[in-house]
Write a protein that binds this ligand. Structure first.
Ligand SMILES: Nc1nc2c(ncn2[C@@H]2O[C@H](COP(=O)(O)OP(=O)(O)O)[C@@H](O)[C@H]2O)c(=O)[nH]1
Ligand SMILES: [Mg+2]
Length: 370
């Protein structure tokens, strides 16, 4: 913690240009140091400024930079300045010159928070991309996970190992959701060239992210776009297509590179959407992919065309061309990613350390250790 006569500053807004940036100065000498830099039209010293509302003031040497200042008590003050990096840097330089130590916002959050879990939730909230994931993190900030863990400890203390193990299992069942509160789910479109993967990607996103062309091999690289499906953050990746091993098929080096990247991305995917062209019979290679990725979601695209004869897998029918079946496809994807969404207020472990701790507890209980 800082020395008794020192103070520190925290940038509370993320780096980069924005309309307004917030810098907080805190510590016993914070008010004195800021007072030397700011002046209000009333001429009153900062120590006399109200704490229930911000005041428009000027910062620095004449003519001074307009800032909004909110005195937060006797040892904390927040400065809201123009959000451009130069304006923030100038203010921070002046505060550093007056003796401010820089503290990162994460550390400041940890100092302020009621508990370590609340601090972690607040930090994770800064990375939540959707309202739905933010609401789950807010529940954890409000104590949902802390209460569930306290209950596990109470059960263990009273020798109720079976009930404790069940509670831990229920928490671990939400581990995947917890992981994706701050990282998007990765959904990868795969299939032969020309089946309509790029068209489906565009239809799912609602804008033209990928180039669509009748020439096979149009998509030669990975194309990713982040979107939200049913309130869950999802990174959709369109691939170059998996090349059929046909005699006479001579893909160039770029396309081969794109295919290799596609395979890498497929290995790391949370869900593979395997796209077929309904107007073409399923090839032996496609049948192999179906067997090789039993968890993949099969999609029969080009439902506007007559179906080719021959057996086909049970699949969701879509026409990317006519935007048909897209809503059903999106519903199926979100149901696959989150089969059981946590109920409001449910406890969800949201950091790797929390999940690891729960797994260790489960293993110890299973092995009969105390
Ligand atoms: N009739 C029909 N054509 C489609 C459909 N989806 C894509 N196509 C066409 O199929 C060709 C290949 O599409 P594209 O999205 O580039 O396929 P990709 O190689 O799998 O990415 C293009 O000419 C598209 O216009 C569809 O649902 N119906
Ligand atoms: Mg494509």
């Amino acid at each position: 913690m800082p020395e008794s006569d020192s103070f520190y500053m925290i940038r509370l807004t993320p780096p980069g240009a924005a309309a307004i940036a917030t810098v907080r100065a805190e510590g016993t000498s914070a008010l004195g140091a800021v007072a030397a830099e700011v002046r209000a039209r009333s001429g009153k010293p900062l120590g006399c400024w109200p704490t229930d509302r911000p005041i428009l003031a000027l910062f620095g040497a004449e003519p001074g930079e307009p800032v909004v200042v909110h005195r937060r008590g006797d040892d904390a003050v927040e400065l809201y300045c123009h959000g451009g990096p130069a304006a923030v840097a100038r203010m921070e330089r002046a505060l550093a010159h007056a003796g401010a130590e820089r503290v990162e916002w994460q550390e400041w959050v940890c100092r302020q928070a009621a508990s370590p879990i609340a601090a972690e939730a607040q930090i994770a909230l800064a990375h939540a991309r959707t309202e739905r994931t933010a609401a789950i993190l807010l529940d954890q900030f409000g104590g949902a996970l802390a209460r569930a863990l306290a209950e596990v400890e109470r059960l263990l203390a009273t020798g109720n190992r079976t009930a404790a193990r069940e509670r831990i299992q229920a928490l671990l069942a939400r581990a995947e959701v917890g992981r994706h509160l701050t990282e998007p789910w990765r959904v990868v479109l795969a299939g032969r060239p020309n089946v309509g993967k790029s068209s489906l990607m565009n239809a799912m996103l609602g804008y033209e992210r990928a180039i669509v062309h009748p020439t096979a091999g149009t998509t030669r690289d990975l194309l990713a776009a982040t979107t939200a499906l049913d309130g869950w953050p999802v990174e959709l990746t369109d691939t170059a297509g998996l090349l059929p091993k046909q005699p006479g098929c001579r893909p160039d080096a770029v396309l081969r590179g794109g295919t290799a990247l596609a395979r890498e991305r497929l290995a790391a995917a949370d869900l593979i959407v395997l796209v077929f062209d309904r107007a073409v019979a399923i090839s032996a290679e496609e049948a192999d992919w179906l067997r090789g990725w039993p968890g993949a979601l099969p999609v029969d695209n080009k439902s506007d065309l007559p179906a080719a004869s021959g057996p086909r897998p049970a699949a969701i029918a879509t026409s990317a061309l006519r935007s048909e079946g897209i809503a059903e496809l999106l519903d199926h994807i979100s149901a696959r990613l989150v089969p059981e969404p946590p109920a409001p207020g449910a406890a969800v472990p949201f950091t790797e350390a929390q999940r690891a701790r729960l797994r260790t507890m489960a293993e110890r209980l299973d092995s009969g250790a105390r």
